[in-house]
Design a protein around this ligand. Sequence first.
Ligand code: GLV
Length: 387
Amino acid sequence: MPVITCIDDLKQLHKRRTPKMFYDYAESGSYTEQTFRNNTSDFAELLLRQKVAVDMSGRTTESTLIGEKVAMPVALAPVGLTGMQSADGEIKAARAAEKFGVPYTLSTMSICSIEDVAAHTSKPFWFQVYTLKDDDFMRRLFERARAANCSAIVITVDLQIMGQRHKDLKNGLSAPPKFTLKSMANLATKWAWGLEMLGTKRRFFGNIVGHAKGVSDPSSLSSWTAEAFDLTLDWKRIAKFKEMWGGKVILKGVMDAEDARNAMSVGADAIVVSNHGGRQLDGALSSIRALPAIVDAVGDKIEVHMDSGIRSGQDVLKALAMGAKGTMIGRSYIYGLGAMGEAGVTKALEVIQKELSTSMALCGERDVKNLGRHNLLIPKGFEGDWQ
Ligand code: GLV
């Protein structure tokens, strides 16, 4: 059993254990991957302000997100094809999140269905939806999420059209994988993964296959996106989805102060400042740089969460100190899942919580809710002075 000390250890194990097409799917940004890289490197530019001789006993990372108590303000982000990183991956990740006390967000593009995850967990989870042309499908999706007792829907607003990820095209990404000479050569080296997959029936897009009409290739993410997603989406339609759902709504993918104000005016309960992990608009600002202007615009009126680039508890601390009420992690837990299944997701959460708590102590903070700009050394011009 290797000694795991950080998220990068899990990443190395994930890479070794999981077929290349799925590891690459998680590890890609769109086009030149500039935004994907900047999401992490911009975190490194923000420094932490060390404080000494401050009582650091009795620290707590507990907080609330959209009114729900959480062990730390870190939710598991929706990630497509999670059940291809490890068999029944969504169930494993949801269970780890539930035991740890943080929200789990199930993706529409999951392998395990909403019903599968509900049957294997006991606390409500969040459900992520894409906005499709087919209102009947949307209505049924909301009904299924209600029946599964989901406590919020997370509407992804930045993926009506997919940013191209070169590796997915080169690898012929599909779920389940198609057996070509190239994919077979790689799959043949991933025995443990393959045996696990043979032991489950969940190998297709569980929320879509048998539920969506007119999808020519239900194993292909990109063909489903191109055929079914609604290019006409606007704020009026988002308001309509909020009404159709009738419960709490989080809008994910907001990078602009004006859009944040629009999100507020359609009655969102929270927004996630996110560039989709650098997977959509290549050339967009990193999320951590986009965050302050959005917090300034709406932060006292709506919950602002952020994702994209978080790989450590120090990153969580920085995002919270810059004004986010909560954070989401995607790749950081997917590495854990691909490396070691449910135990790996738990490990990722433990690593991040320990790093967060230790870094809080060294910054002279005992309560995660008290973090603020006073904990940071922010380089001049970090937030940009854009024309
Ligand atoms: C789906 O949301 C993706 O980024 O692949």
